[in-house]
Design a protein around this ligand. Structure first.
Ligand SMILES: NC(=O)c1ccc[n+]([C@@H]2O[C@H](COP(=O)([O-])OP(=O)(O)OC[C@H]3O[C@@H](n4cnc5c(N)ncnc54)[C@H](O)[C@@H]3O)[C@@H](O)[C@H]2O)c1
Length: 429
């Protein structure tokens, strides 16, 4: 191929950004990483070495990068949720296209500001709703768009967040306290799912939303009698509690290593002793699960009415034994039910000539890779979008991503007001 690779600068060189940037190692003809901006100097130097650019192209922040003339086609923005809008707008104005992590904004005002900046700059921004790129959801969308199910009457999605994931990210971890992280559980975890629902319904827009949810599990009053404050320091239940840090993290050190052992990142092969020292030195993942500063809900339900009268429900249930995402779409010609983790779905068509009056088709799209192959496929599509402006069936350009985020903001507002119904207004966009 004679075309030059798209050049990109990493902004926020954390776990997510590196996953996307690694696409350049496997596809050097498509993507070349030429710089990095991150206050963490070690991460910058790691990136310079890994992707082969000079230390001169290491910047201490997105702001420092934005103070220089543009020297690449694009930015991969993997900063934390509340930094996405403020770091992206100056870079858009400089002319960078952006692959931007979700959630792309943490409230409606921010969403509007970013949408305006994208339109004003004429740049291309793609949101990392990686699930749209998993073969499982892509094939479901293809069938829905082709009319295989007829008109959609009802769509039901559910996300079961495992006890392990919930405790690591939303009780002890980075997305547990909404004051600190500026996001809600629905926004941080399930903006993917509401995005999938809106994508399946597209071009039909949501009209009304209501939601209820609560934090019932991890509260001090639910701590077992005698529980300590830190599992490995002062808790007599360290060997029996389902949420013991010893059982979850010391005995399974490779699970969630990037969050739990972030302070050991500089050690190539940390030992059990390094991990125990990390706990002794105040690692937050050793805190009693019932005595953290978490305030986000651990389960939430959302009810949606669409403008054509179709209805939708979404249930986020934290604390399940297994992680699971399900989708069930019922249309006038048939229905579809699938479980993402298995990669399989069943299409059941209304068929009066069949003995059972319906005809089933089993579809198996189990495939490997992060988020069902979505992590890699989204970068491939971003490169194509930057080069040609063409939007694929999955494309998560900002216009395609507004409905999902708006539904999340309205659902959370409804939840905070006892489930009051909220109207979705798209005339502002
Ligand atoms: N698409 C998905 O499925 C998915 C999955 C997990 C996380 N995420 C999202 O990805 C984002 C990043 O998460 P992560 O776990 O990789 O975070 P991280 O903390 O590992 O990375 C964030 C990086 O941003 C850097 N940073 C802070 N201030 C900065 C600034 N002013 N300029 C430049 N860099 C700055 C930090 O030093 C850090 O290295 C979050 O928004 C998260 O919600 C998305």
């Amino acid at each position: 191929m004679s075309e030059q690779p798209v050049t990109a600068v990493i902004v926020g060189c954390g776990h997510r950004a590196v996953i996307y940037a690694d696409y350049s190692l496997a596809h050097p003809d498509e993507l070349k990483i030429v710089g990095v901006a991150d206050p963490n100097r070690e991460r910058c130097l790691m990136a310079a070495k890994r992707y082969g650019f000079s230390e001169e192209n290491c910047f201490e922040s997105a702001e420092a990068l934005a103070a220089r003339p543009r020297f690449a086609d694009a930015v991969i923005n993997g900063t934390m949720d509340h930094q996405h809008v403020k770091t992206s707008i100056p870079l858009l104005r400089l002319g960078y296209d952006i692959l931007l992590e979700k959630p792309f904004a943490v409230n409606e005002a921010e969403m509007r500001a970013l949408d305006f900046a994208v339109k004003e700059s004429g740049r291309r921004v793609m949101i990392c709703h990686v699930l749209r790129y998993a073969g499982f959801y892509r094939e479901i969308r293809r069938r829905v768009a082709a009319g295989e199910l007829g008109d959609i009457i009802n769509i039901q999605l559910a996300e079961h967040v495992s006890f392990h994931h919930l405790s690591t990210s939303y009780v002890r971890g980075k997305w547990a306290n909404s004051e600190k992280c500026k996001t809600s559980m629905l926004l941080a975890k399930s903006c993917h799912d509401l995005d999938i629902m809106m994508w399946m319904m597209n071009p039909v827009k949501p009209k009304k939303v209501s939601s209820v949810g609560a934090r019932t599990q991890f509260r001090p009053e639910n701590a077992p009698e005698g529980a300590g404050t830190r599992c490995t320091k002062d808790c007599p239940l360290v060997d029996t509690c389902r949420y013991s840090s010893k059982r979850l993290y010391l005995e399974h050190p490779d699970n969630w290593t990037m969050y739990v052992w972030a302070d050991l990142e500089h050690i190539e092969h940390p030992t059990d002793e390094d991990r125990m020292n990390s706990f002794r030195n105040g690692n937050p993942y050793d805190r009693c699960i019932y005595k953290c500063d978490n305030d986000v809900v651990d389960h939430q339900s959302v009810l949606i009415e669409f403008e054509d009268g179709a209805t939708g429900t979404f249930n986020m249930i934290g604390g399940s034994a297994k992680s699971m995402r399900t989708i069930h779409i019922i249309g006038t010609k048939g229905e579809l039910y699938g479980e993402f983790e298995s990669g399989k779905f069943t299409v059941s068509k209304i068929a009066p000539d069949e003995p059972e009056l319906f005809a089933d088709e089993e579809v198996d799209l189990s495939e490997g890779g992060g988020h069902g192959g979505g992590d890699e496929a989204i970068v491939e599509d971003f490169v194509r979008y930057v080069r040609t402006g063409e939007q694929s069936i999955s494309c998560t350009a900002i216009d395609n991503s507004l409905a999902g985020h708006l539904t999340v903001f309205l659902a959370d507002d409804s939840r905070e007001h006892g489930g009051e119904v909220r109207e979705c207004r798209f005339d502002k966009y």
